[in-house]
Design a binder for this molecule. Structure first.
Ligand code: SAM
Length: 384
């Protein structure tokens, strides 16, 4: 199979493979998504929403941002300090930031005044759309990378919506009881060939530290970039919370035998596929997040575990049903349409169960928060 997609990017990938002999799947995915100016996230085409390739909760309805903002208000009170920081990592088009800031400005002007909103974003295209959408909020600040903060300099909340699922991942396969890592190379006719190599020591350590033993024949993803990132977050936070919303599972669920091909998928114009080598630079490639790993490596970096739930429970605890009841009362077409969108946020077939919320904290005495009040039934899907 030949690589298809953006020719300029494909030539660069092929040159690298020819020079190095092969490329780990992780490095291929990194180039496909983030190669400067040519990668999926670093180039200027629309990605999120109706004209893009996928929807996110941030796009769906402002209630999502407003309920998150309600949670931040409680956190603001727990953190008890001026100069409260709300740090959003991977803010996409900026709609979620807009909804949060707009809500705080109107409903909690004092907190709005005492807070600083900081966006960490890797995509120049998204930074441009964010700056445009957020121009009425001059107090928003952009930072290139989390490493630009000094250690323990953030007080407040660090949050992300669908960040970790967009990180490049290593692919591993188990054959005859042994773990291999997937690399790609090219044959004489430039067809992509997956080859298996010894895994890196980091992969072996990850499997050992998390006590992961995948079934024979399984191919799955290892997100070492997430391991690194959650530890950076832990080190940068002085006092406050980390809220991570994404799709994924604990290890006990993620490596069940009915996921023999892992969770890696491509999204191109709202169609999903496993054609990782097609539409290179034009499609999203994404995988489910291992929340056990975020909890474990977060703890190593000083983040205590507060709780783990799904989006339906989290938003319901924060008052989604009240918003829905109000819309029901109104009985007009706009309210009816909003009501339908809100159902997508909570219904199990929509985003309600698939999306999970991990909450971690640091230096907080009484860490329980409203979003975690009522939790889902404790099964392998929720036990970290
Ligand atoms: C799947 S999109 C989600 C966007 C947005 N949060 C939403 O819910 O619509 C992932 C976002 O994370 C950004 N991103 C990926 N890796 C990043 C990193 N290391 N630092 C900052 N942003 C990153 C991407 O550029 C993109 O904006």
């Amino acid at each position: 199979m030949k690589l298809t997609g953006k020719q300029q990017l494909i030539s660069i990938i092929k040159d690298r493979i020819k020079k190095e002999g092969s490329l780990s799947f992780r490095d291929f995915m990194d180039m496909a998504l983030y190669y400067p100016e040519l990668g999926y996230y670093t180039s200027p085409e629309e990605k999120i929403g109706g004209f893009g390739d996928f929807y996110t909760a941030s796009e769906l309805d402002r209630a999502y941002g407003e309920l998150l903002a309600e949670q931040f208000v409680e956190i603001y009170q727990k953190v008890e300090g001026k100069n409260f920081q709300i740090v959003e990592i991977g803010a996409g088009k900026g709609y979620l930031a807009y909804d949060i800031l707009n809500f705080l400005k109107n409903k909690y002007p004092e907190i709005f005044k005492n807070s600083q909103y900081i966006i960490i974003e890797k995509s120049p295209y998204h930074i441009k759309t964010q700056k445009d959408i957020l121009k009425e909020f001059p107090n928003v600040r952009w930072v290139q990378d989390i490493i630009d903060f000094e250690d323990e300099s953030i007080t407040g909340v660090i949050f992300s919506n669908e960040l970790f699922d967009a990180f490049p991942v290593h692919l591993i396969r188990k054959i005859n009881g042994k773990i291999y890592e997937v690399y790609i190379s090219l044959d004489e006719e430039d067809n992509v060939q997956e080859i298996l190599k010894e895994p890196s020591e980091d992969i072996i350590r990850y499997l050992k530290e998390l006590s992961i033993n995948i079934p024979e024949g399984m191919q799955t993803e290892i997100n070492l970039d997430a391991v690194d990132y959650i530890q950076k977050i832990g080190r940068k936070l002085r006092k406050g919370y980390v809220i991570t919303v994404d799709y994924g599972y604990p290890s006990a669920e993620l490596y069940k035998p009915y996921r023999m091909r892992g969770t890696l998928l491509c999204y191109y114009r709202h169609q999903y596929s496993e054609n990782f080598y097609q539409n290179v630079g034009m499609q999203d490639i994404t995988s489910h997040v291992n929340f056990s790993a975020l909890k474990y490596y977060g703890m190593i970096a000083g983040l205590d575990f507060t709780g783990f739930t799904d989006q339906a429970h989290f938003l319901t605890n924060l008052g989604l049903m009240d918003i829905m009841a109000e819309l029901q009362e109104k009985n007009d077409i706009q309210s009816y349409e909003r009501l339908n969108r809100l159902k997508t946020l909570v219904l199990p077939k929509g985003m309600g169960e698939k999306f999970k919320v991990l909450v971690q904290h640091k230096n907080i005495k009484n860490p329980q928060i409203k979003g975690l009040e009522m939790l889902p039934y404790m099964s392998d899907r929720y036990r970290l």
